[in-house]
Design a protein around this ligand. Structure first.
Ligand code: IPE
Ligand code: IPE
Ligand code: MG
Length: 227
């Protein structure tokens, strides 16, 4: 079966998962984080080398303070508890997005975690935190303009916060919505899209396998025709 080289997931639906159970939204985010751990293990176990997960958008930072505090706490827990297992698995960890949008304490935990992560012989996990695709495109343009560098597709791609990673092959969104919500706009130009109605905490490794077999059946043409 043809596997994607780069899989990206919009992990949506945590809040609704909790609301359906009459639980606070934070409970949904905790369940989502548990799910994220098993899915990433599964993804790298299959030998897929690049995975980008949408954890928190720049726009999500306008949510109420109580929800954000819970999310920052989960980020802290993730970065303190998961660096060891990722290191042992040979997975590099990077963060894409604008960390300056985050509280200083969260930023510090993220920076320390990323520094302590491995060089990624087995794969690279990118977490999108404080991320916005349009913002990232503007900041890549700014970087190139400041350096007086030539703007080409290649130089532009390398100046994005995902620089060094290949284009997205498969983009999965859970939680029923069929939109990109400002995720990896440039990088997903020719990504195959798979939408799942399942809320993220209910999205299992089997559901991921189903998305992968759907991907394997797609014919990727990149605008060309068979000759
Ligand atoms: C996705 O779940 C996680 C974040 C955006 C942080 P949501 O919190 O958007 O969950 P719903 O869409 O409200 O159910
Ligand atoms: C996208 O979900 C962001 C993440 C999953 C982190 P949102 O819940 O923020 O997207 P919208 O508001 O439904 O477009
Ligand atoms: Mg949502």
């Amino acid at each position: 079966m043809v596997l994607p080289e780069h899989i990206a997931v919009i992990m949506d639906g945590n809040g609704r998962w909790a609301q359906r159970r009459m639980l606070p939204r934070a409970a949904g985010h905790r369940a989502g984080m548990k799910r994220m751990l098993s899915l990433t293990e599964h993804i790298f176990g299959l030998g897929i080398p690049y995975c980008t997960l949408f954890a928190l958008s720049a726009e999500n930072l306008s949510r109420p303070k109580e929800e954000l505090d819970e999310l920052f706490e989960l980020i802290r827990i993730y970065f303190t508890e998961q660096i060891g297992p990722l290191r042992r698995a040979g997975i590099a960890l990077r963060v894409v997005g604008d960390c300056m949008l985050l509280p200083a304490a969260t930023r510090k935990v993220i920076e320390e975690g990323v520094r302590a992560a491995s060089d990624g012989a087995k794969g690279t996990l990118a977490l999108a935190i404080g991320y916005g695709g349009r913002q990232d495109i503007v900041s890549a343009a700014e970087k190139l303009a400041e350096a007086g560098a030539q703007i080409t597709l290649e130089s532009f791609r390398e100046s994005l916060s995902t620089g060094g990673m290949p284009a997205v092959d498969l983009l999965i969104r859970t939680g029923k919505e069929k939109r990109l919500s400002n995720f990896l706009l440039f990088e997903s130009a020719y990504a195959e899209l798979v939408f799942s109605d399942k809320l993220f905490p209910d999205f299992t490794c089997r559901d991921l396998d189903r998305a992968l077999s759907e991907y394997a059946k797609r014919e990727r043409r990149y605008g060309k025709i068979e000759t």
